[in-house]
Design a protein around this ligand. Structure first.
Ligand code: PLP
Length: 387
């Protein structure tokens, strides 16, 4: 049955590089000039970065000067929080959620060890925040509120516009980790009204190792990486011209394909999800059904260990995930599903399927064909587990 084709349903972990992006990168591979150099080859590299910046800014309705390039989403998130506490040295409190990516959570944990206090807001069983709790958590000492736009494990969307309004009224900076949302849903920084927003290129069909941070005009910013004067003095280090060009191309393509996410990708996700939930007994959807990314489905399978299921799926060429990519292989149940109070057992039985515009109907049909048999076999193999 397994024909060595890969059936990739793990696009929240990373995405394949779009052919147009690879072509754009190859076309500038000879541009080795330092973008900070004043002579011709340097100016050419700087020109390429300028164009890419315009494209990335365009995708989120920002001004090009509001975008700095970073090495990844993690760096962007760390930088945003670091800046807030550096420009407000007297404020030593951060508000975030218990379901953020580790890029936020572990940076906050690090800050706690340095004497900062952090409020990790709870979520309900569908993964939603209570905005009254968020508002109540903000105090005189709060330097920044950092809430993700879309959760990487469940796809659940947070109401950032409303959260920004609360932060504005309280005079507190707002950062959103938009790593999973960019390219999947329309993101407009003016509408969201955020001060800082993080992006990662490898989630939108560009290479790993490049990201961006949006810094709203007028927001005071303290750099995280200190050295030269690159990125307008806001992020030191010689820019990765070729990958930034690829990122620009990916942003352009993402803008062109946004409607495909809402149509083709959502239709395939819904088909996959509905078929699993209706034909395989003992399956449950995790997270809010409506307020969700169009590509993500997190499903728990009663009496099936998620890690065993992933191994069996891998054997037949299917890539999926049991939690965020960064925690795969760890024995800890997903912190997101635990925060949703689904319990450790259900968390350990949950799989995330995440699609992209490169998935096809045939791939979904293949997964739907192989999955019931695997689930059955695993359930039969552990009958003592039945209750
Ligand atoms: N934030 C979210 C929501 C993510 O899903 C990820 C990656 O999985 C990150 C941040 C980190 O991005 P990067 O891998 O570019 O560091």
């Amino acid at each position: 049955m397994f024909d060595s084709k890969i059936y990739y349903f793990d696009n929240n972990a990373t995405t394949q590089i779009a052919p147009e992006v690879a072509e754009a990168i190859n076309s500038v591979s000879g541009e080795w000039g330092n973008p900070s150099s004043a002579y011709g080859i340097g100016r050419r590299a700087a020109g390429l970065i300028k164009e890419a910046r315009e494209k990335v800014a365009g995708l989120i309705n920002a001004k090009p000067q509001e975008i700095i390039f970073t090495s990844c989403g993690t760096e962007s998130i760390n930088s945003a929080i670091h800046s807030a506490i550096t420009v407000h040295p007297n404020k030593r409190h951060i508000v975030t959620t218990s379901v953020e990516h580790y890029a936020t959570l572990n940076y906050c944990k690090f800050l706690e060890r340095s004497g900062y206090s952090v409020t990790y807001l709870p979520v309900d069983q569908k993964g939603r925040l209570n905005l009254k709790q968020l508002e109540d958590a903000i105090c005189e000492d709060t330097a920044i509120v950092s809430v993700m736009l879309a959760n990487n494990e469940t796809g659940v969307l947070f109401p950032i516009e409303e959260i920004s309004a609360i932060c504005r009224s309280r005079g507190v900076l707002i950062h959103t980790d938009a790593v999973q949302a960019i390219g999947k849903i329309p993101v407009d920084v003016r509408k969201l009204n955020v001060d800082l927003l993080s992006i990662s290129a490898h989630k939108l069909h560009a290479p790993k190792g490049v990201g961006a941070l949006y810094i709203r005009s007028g927001v005071k910013y303290a750099p995280y990486i200190i050295g030269g004067h690159q990125e307008g003095g806001r992020r030191a280090g010689t820019e990765n011209t070729a990958f930034i060009v690829g990122f620009g191309k990916a942003a352009e393509l993402a803008a062109e394909h946004l409607d495909v996410e809402q149509t083709l990708v959502k239709r395939l996700r819904d088909k996959l999800e509905n078929e699993i939930l209706s034909t395989i007994s003992g399956t449950h959807l995790n997270g809010d059904v409506e307020m969700r990314l169009p590509n993500t489905s997190n499903i728990s399978f009663d009496r099936v260990d998620a890690e065993a299921l992933l191994i069996e799926l891998d054997r037949v060429g299917v890539c999926a995930s049991s939690a965020s990519a960064c925690t795969t292989g760890s024995i800890e149940p997903s912190h997101v599903l635990m925060a949703m109070r689904l319990g450790a057992e259900r968390a350990r039985r949950s799989i995330r399927f995440s699609l992209s515009r490169y998935n096809t109907e045939e791939e979904v049909d293949y997964l739907l064909k192989v999955l019931p048999g695997i689930v059955n076999r695993l359930r039969q193999a552990s009958p003592q587990d039945i209750h």
